[in-house]
Ligand binder design. Structure first.
Ligand code: Z5A
Length: 234
């Protein structure tokens, strides 16, 4: 008889960033990574979904190009899951096993919000996919950057202006779709308050950064020692 595989708890720390378009996730991940690199004394791995491994990046290009859209949200969720399987196996789990801090731009909550709540995929299917694809590799902390969709879409459009790049598959959805997304992320935070924290992303980038640092310090003890406590320890 084959014994079930027992996953040892990994020593790393897994933090995910979620939210609607243009909420400032990439901006804040870069800032938090720099802070953690200088203050935690640990390796920091920055990654994103869909993507993060060469194969998953190929799937990303297809998804954001709209290749799977005609097949509906279930097919899209399967493709996001295929990308996630490779990303977890090749990058996230090895980094966590090495004790690194993994900062990931979007993860399971984006599937719940985009394919589930906003596009109408049955929540039972989303949960089943999570169970088989992600298993026990759950985030230690999920930071949900909250912003009215009009503001986020305007930021995303501003970033693309002059680059010749139009809206991608998801940016091109209706305002109503983006409003459902926002509600979905806030509902996830209410349902799992021990894992999730909501950050008001409508403020200037420095204020958002300060709020994120405070949350990380409060929720994940020892990750961000203050200058004072580091000096004391030395
Ligand atoms: N998706 C899905 O449907 N299902 C899934 O399971 C997963 C994903 C995992 C990935 O696209 C798409 O895949 C995504 C969901 C879907 N939908 N879309 N589109 P992506 O990775 O290309 O896009 P994104 O995740 O939405 O990120 P983004 O649009 O790049 O936004 P962001 O990273 O949150 O924001 P940013 O790039 O840091 O900032 C956007 C602009 O605003 C930029 O010009 C900044 O300089 C500016 N900015 C940032 N912060 C501020 C503040 N505080 N004030 C003013 N301006 C700011």
């Amino acid at each position: 008889m084959i014994a079930p595989r027992v996953e040892e708890p990994a020593p790393g720390t897994f933090i995910t960033f979620e939210g609607g378009e243009g909420a400032g996730k990439s901006t804040q991940i870069a800032r938090l990574a720099a802070t953690l690199r200088s203050r935690s004394g640990r390796e920091v791995c920055v990654t994103r979904e869909p993507g993060g491994s060469p194969r998953a990046e190929e799937i990303r290009a297809a998804l954001l190009g709209g290749v799977a859209k005609p097949y509906g949200p279930f097919a899209e969720a399967l493709l996001f899951s295929a990308a996630r399987i490779d990303h977890l196996d090749r990058l996230i789990r090895p980094a966590l096993r090495r004790g690194e801090i993994v900062l990931c731009d979007r993860f399971i909550d984006s599937t719940r919000a985009y394919q589930g709540a906003a596009a109408g995929l049955d929540p039972a299917v989303v949960i089943a996919l999570e169970r088989v694809v992600v298993g026990p590799t759950r985030p230690d902390l999920t930071l949900i950057l909250d912003l009215p969709p009009e503001a986020g879409l305007a930021r995303a459009a501003g970033r693309g202006a002059g680059t010749g790049q139009g809206a991608d598959r998801f940016e091109a959805e209706s305002l109503d779709f983006h409003a459902r997304l926002r509600d979905a992320f806030l509902a996830i935070a209410r349902a799992e308050p021990e894992r999730c924290a909501v950050i008001d992303a409508g403020r200037d980038p420095d204020s958002v950064e300060v709020a994120i640092r405070a949350l990380v310090a409060a929720r994940l003890s020892g990750l961000l020692p203050t200058e004072r406590s580091r000096g004391d320890a030395a």
